[in-house]
Design a binder for this molecule. Structure first.
Ligand code: DLL
Length: 435
């Protein structure tokens, strides 16, 4: 089944024509409604009427996470506040999160895009679908939730945590589909083992997994242990949230909802567009968004756009798996974490030297984060013999980290001079996960 055959199977030429029209409209819209873009376009001597076809996109300026940060919180919002009905936020590189406002039309388009994904995964109105992405500022929970409702399956808004209760519901209600991070899917499998629930005891048959990188090997393990078929779903809050792209039954790349999100691949150093099939940085332009439209947003995700047609009948272009990032963002339990966020917390506390290390690992299929920090000499001398004082200091730092990162980190205080110094570029992350 294809949810919206008109848009998902549009001929290449018709799609380019539609994208060209929409691009012109969005440039006109931001020119008149977002001073940031008006100034950028004026600097480049571009008027909205100079953008006529989709090929003209290369004339437009890029937008970066830094631009969002510099214009925190609402600087890039195009719609008046009275039209914004939802606000989400995701981690920024420093203290400020990235704020994204959605109009009613945006939420409608998002829900439809999500319904397209679920339909491609084989979900129907008969399914009972559990959403176990985080609900809240993160786009995963509400984004998936609205999509399930939009297509008419039954949604169970499980959220994260409460895993045993959730598994009981999965078994007792005959839940057939689940949306969560791939690592949480593996954690569910572990917990099932502990609770003595066998995969034969549950009716799960389809999983919508994304929000973090995962491998084919992880897919096989999840499928084997939960007895379902796992599909990749990709997205980012700045552009929309989950549903920017999705796998079909062929599982050969993910189709992009390119009538709404126009993709380009660029060389992250020269910023030159790269041909189909080559790996580079993925860039998106939102073609229809009202709340916070973005021109040529640099996602920092590295991947390629796949040439050729898909056997499933959809014509919208496919992207390969995310192969890495061109910045230092980590994704820990589905949450984006920048080492610079940890640095800003460490630097804000007198007790510590600016020496820290993030150690990321995966224990029993759950990501763990340990933050090692060197104490200043005088603090070390005064607390060294007092375990209670060390404990208190660890708790203080852990509390501040939790509020900035939104995930718990285990803190380990170190004696001065004990965190390894690197010879070249300083290293702040040891990632022991094999992804
Ligand atoms: O993770 C939105 C989402 C929610 C996608 C649920 C899929 C499912 P952010 O928190 O803004 O939004 O994080 C976006 O996560 O730039 C990628 O680096 C990474 N990412 C998201 N989906 C995938 C995926 C959501 N399927 C960042 N594979 C993106 C690999 C992914 N990485």
């Amino acid at each position: 089944m294809i949810y919206n055959p008109t848009m998902e199977c549009l001929s290449h030429d018709k799609m380019r024509e539609l994208q060209g029209k929409r691009l012109h409209n969005i440039v006109e819209y931001v020119y008149h409604n977002v001073p940031f873009y008006r100034h950028k376009l004026q600097e480049l001597d571009i008027l909205p009427d100079d953008i006529k076809t989709i090929e003209d996109i290369t004339k437009l300026p890029f937008t970066t996470k830094k631009d969002l940060r510099d214009n925190y919180p609402f600087g890039l919002q195009a719609a008046p506040q009275s039209e914004i009905i939802r606000v989400h936020a995701s981690s920024g590189t420093t203290g400020n999160p990235t704020i994204v406002g959605y109009t009613r039309k945006d939420v409608g388009i998002w829900s439809e895009c999500m319904a397209r994904c679920l339909t491609a995964f084989g979900v129907t109105r008969e399914d009972i679908f559990s959403v176990a992405y985080g609900y809240g500022l993160f786009t995963g929970g509400l984004g998936a939730h609205y999509g399930v409702e939009h297509m008419g399956a039954s949604v169970i808004p499980a959220g994260t945590g409460n895993t045993e209760k959730h598994l009981k519901l999965i078994r007792d209600l005959g839940v057939t589909g689940i949306a969560c991070t791939p690592s949480y899917a593996l954690y569910l499998a572990e917990t099932m083992d502990k609770m003595g629930i066998r995969k034969e005891d549950v009716r799960l048959r389809v999983g919508a997994f994304g929000a973090e990188p995962w491998t084919e090997q992880m897919r096989r393990e999840i499928e084997l242990r939960l007895g379902l078929k796992g599909y990749n779903i990709y997205g980012l809050s700045e552009i929309m949230g989950p549903s920017v792209s999705y796998e079909c039954q062929e599982q050969h790349g993910s189709h992009i909802n390119e009538d709404h999100f126009y993709p380009e691949i660029i060389n992250p150093t020269t910023l030159e567009p790269l041909p189909l099939g080559q790996t580079g940085e993925l860039v998106f332009t939102t073609l229809t968004k009202e709340g916070m439209p973005l021109l040529r947003y640099r996602t920092r995700d590295l991947c390629s756009l796949l040439p050729g047609e898909c056997q499933c009948g959809r014509t919208n272009i496919r992207m390969g798996r995310i192969e890495g990032r061109s910045d230092d963002m980590l994704i820990i339990r589905g949450i984006n974490v920048f080492p610079s966020q940890v640095e800003s917390v460490v630097l804000s506390m007198q007790e510590f030297a600016p020496r820290y290390m993030l150690v990321v690992d995966r224990v029993n299929n759950l990501d763990t984060l340990q933050v090692q920090v060197e104490m200043r000499q005088e603090v070390f001398t005064s607390t060294f013999d007092t375990p209670a004082a060390v404990d208190q200091l660890e708790k203080k730092l852990a509390g501040k980290l939790k509020s900035v990162l939104s995930i718990a980190a285990k803190v380990q205080l170190k004696a001065p001079g004990t965190i390894e110094r690197s010879q070249g570029k300083s290293v702040h992350v040891i990632d022991k996960r094999k992804l």
